[in-house]
Design a protein around this ligand. Structure first.
Ligand code: SF4
Length: 336
């Protein structure tokens, strides 16, 4: 086991989360239960160091939001382990688990749906303090004032209702609520994707500033690679429930190795100044209920060979990066 000072805050090992999506009417017709499993996350491993931002990217349905929910205990694991600061995350569900729960908070995608419209902002932000602390009413009001100022709003805003704020301001309120009980780890699930482009950068900059000042650790879920380039220290690329490549941010953007990472990067406007032109992402994500055998990316991969159709590629380490691709592991020519 690693020494305490070096141990990552989050250690995820072979995590899987499957959902039984069998149709109940089929059970009645066939007089038996045919099981249909959606393997939303299947064999994912990664760590997150204290104070860093790990971003997970991938197309819709790749499993990144399921990982977000696993990491705050909203879903139980089907297989594998998640360790938070040296302790199994599952302890959160046990008696006394409230102390761990308070250390992890989540910021949701939609600031319109995640704030109770009938509550004033002060009550919304103070709610976690009621559940997790024994602060007095006066202390809670003072803390709400402080949090509102920290996220760039005014202390007087606590007497207003969510509908009186813009989308960007509502997401700041969500951030203030997530910070109310001094968490160490924030899971941010597409926190700016519901916002206008013009306010996305403001919210992202506030998050970065808070991270610096409070020493926060982030898991940042996004489908937007430009946003990820702005916020992440390391990036994991997901495809059909697995991480196919994980690397330091600059390494991944400047030297993508997995064919899927390359495809995603070639589809966005040039971020790194390489002057490369934009190419749309080719093909469709296969049905996750019946994923292709072998490497699940093989139907879309321009470099696929017979081996790819039969065998799932193991994950190999290349420097600080980890990649799951037969071609990368065996040095196949993969230009173009
Ligand atoms: Fe392409 Fe084969 Fe690598 Fe999969 S394992 S990404 S199909 S080259």
């Amino acid at each position: 086991m690693m020494a305490g000072a070096e141990r990552p805050l989050i250690e995820v090992t072979d995590a899987a989360r499957w959902f039984d999506v069998s149709a109940p009417w089929l059970e009645r017709v066939l007089s038996r239960k045919p099981r249909t499993l959606l393997r939303a996350v299947d064999g994912v491993s990664f760590t997150i160091r204290r104070g860093e931002t790990l971003a997970l990217v991938g197309e819709s349905g790749c499993g990144k939001s399921t990982i977000a929910r696993l990491l705050v205990g909203l879903y139980p694991l089907t297989r594998g382990a998640i360790i938070f600061d040296g302790e199994p995350l599952s302890r959160m569900q046990e008696p006394g688990g409230l102390a761990m729960r308070k250390r992890l908070q989540m910021i949701f995608q939609d600031p319109y749906a995640s704030l109770n419209p009938r509550w004033r902002v002060g009550r919304i932000i103070a709610e976690p303090m009621l559940a997790h602390t024994d602060m007095t009413a006066a202390e809670r009001i003072e803390r709400v004032n402080e949090l509102l100022v920290q996220v760039g709003l005014h202390a007087s805003d606590q007497s207003r209702y969510p509908h009186q704020f813009s989308g960007g301001q509502r997401q700041r309120i969500s951030i203030a609520r997530a910070l109310a009980v001094n968490p160490e780890f924030l899971v941010c699930d597409e926190p700016t994707s519901a916002l206008d482009v013009s306010v996305q950068a403001q919210v992202l900059n506030i998050m970065k500033d808070l991270q610096r000042r409070l020493g926060l650790t982030y898991l940042f879920i996004s489908h937007n690679l430009a946003v990820v380039h702005h916020v992440a220290d390391r990036v994991g690329v997901m495809y059909l429930g697995r991480i196919v490549e994980i690397a330091d941010r600059n390494d991944l953007f400047e030297n993508p190795r997995h064919p899927y990472t390359r495809m995603l990067l070639s589809a966005i406007p040039d971020i790194t100044g390489s002057g490369k032109s934009r190419t749309p992402v080719a093909g469709e994500v296969p049905n996750p209920l019946s994923p292709p055998p072998g490497c699940t990316f093989h139907p879309r991969c321009p470099f696929a060979r017979e081996q790819c159709k039969r065998e799932a590629p193991p994950t190999i380490a290349l420097g600080n990066a980890q990649i799951a691709c037969h071609g990368v592991a065996q040095g196949w020519p993969m230009q173009g």
